[in-house]
Design a binder for this molecule. Structure first.
Ligand SMILES: N[C@@H]1[C@@H](O)[C@H](O)[C@@H](COP(=O)(O)O)O[C@@H]1O
Length: 259
């Protein structure tokens, strides 16, 4: 795992956009997208590169991490709607190639199996963007999620519903259940890129990066992955014991070595 401490959110956005641009310029790119506020600066940079530098998403396929159960796709806070609003409506990706689990499906278990099969049929995800919840969740894999789980329904913790209440009229409006790619599904992506900013994420980042590999902190699954990159700002890095080592590594990173 490579931990990269950045001076600003904009710097994180540029690094993430570099990683995505390299995949998008390759053959048949399959990109993993995430919602939440953490990826937004990277999405804005990708949209800028599309408009100003000709970066094309035309041949890309995209898979979203998760979705609320019970919110119609037309609901502005459904993740299918959020990703359209924040990224895919602003680039040249084929809307029919932007996939997300359907939280309104009559048979949720079958929908989850279908979703995993669709990811596999696309050849797997080249790069998966991740935020992190204050309880250490990735996607919507709450603490104690199986480390090998596949896409499935999950029950949100009270903490996560409170964290996400800002997108709804009240915490009571936040759905109680979700469909999420499992930790095993996420780990199948070839490159995991986790982004976190702000002091509210410092504890979760310390647990994920330097704590034990444990379902107690689902994001610690990145320690088990052969290609994982964690981009944090100074505030999110503030509880990292090895911060000086990460800074030293970055300062001496060879020119030939990307992320
Ligand atoms: N399901 C999403 C996660 O994918 C995201 O990482 C998390 C943190 O969001 P934010 O980046 O807004 O802090 O929020 C939600 O729970």
């Amino acid at each position: 795992m490579e931990v990269v401490i950045c001076g600003s959110g904009e710097e994180i956005g540029r690094h993430v956009a570099d990683v995505y641009e390299a995949v998008l310029r390759g053959p048949a790119p399959v990109i993993g997208l995430a919602t939440g506020s953490s990826p937004l600066v990277a999405y804005q940079e990708l949209i800028r590169r599309h408009r100003e530098d000709g970066l094309s998403f035309a041949g890309a396929t995209a898979f979203l991490l998760d979705e609320y159960v019970g919110l119609p796709l037309s609901h502005p806070e459904s993740y299918a709607a959020v990703i359209r609003r924040e990224l895919t409506d602003h680039v040249d990706i084929d809307p029919a190639r932007v996939f997300s689990p359907d939280g309104t499906a009559a048979d949720l278990a079958a929908e989850c199996a279908r979703y995993d099969a669709a990811i596999a049929a696309a050849g797997g995800v080249h790069v998966q963007l991740l935020g992190i919840g204050t309880d250490g969740h990735v996607g919507f894999n709450e603490p104690m999620s199986s480390l090998t789980s596949r896409t499935r329904p999950k029950t949100l913790t009270r903490q996560t519903r409170e964290d996400n209440a800002r997108f709804f009229d009240s915490v009571d409006e936040v759905p109680t259940h979700v469909l999420t790619q499992g930790l095993g599904t996420i780990s199948s992506a070839r490159h995991l890129v986790l982004v976190a900013t702000g002091s509210a994420k410092a504890e979760a980042i310390a647990a994920a990066v330097e704590g034990p590999l444990s379902a107690r902190c689902p994001a610690s699954i990145l320690q088990w992955h052969r290609h994982a990159t964690v981009f944090v700002d100074e505030a999110a890095a503030s509880r990292l014991e090895f911060a000086d080592y990460y800074r030293h590594t970055l300062a001496h990173k060879p020119d030939w070595q990307g992320f």
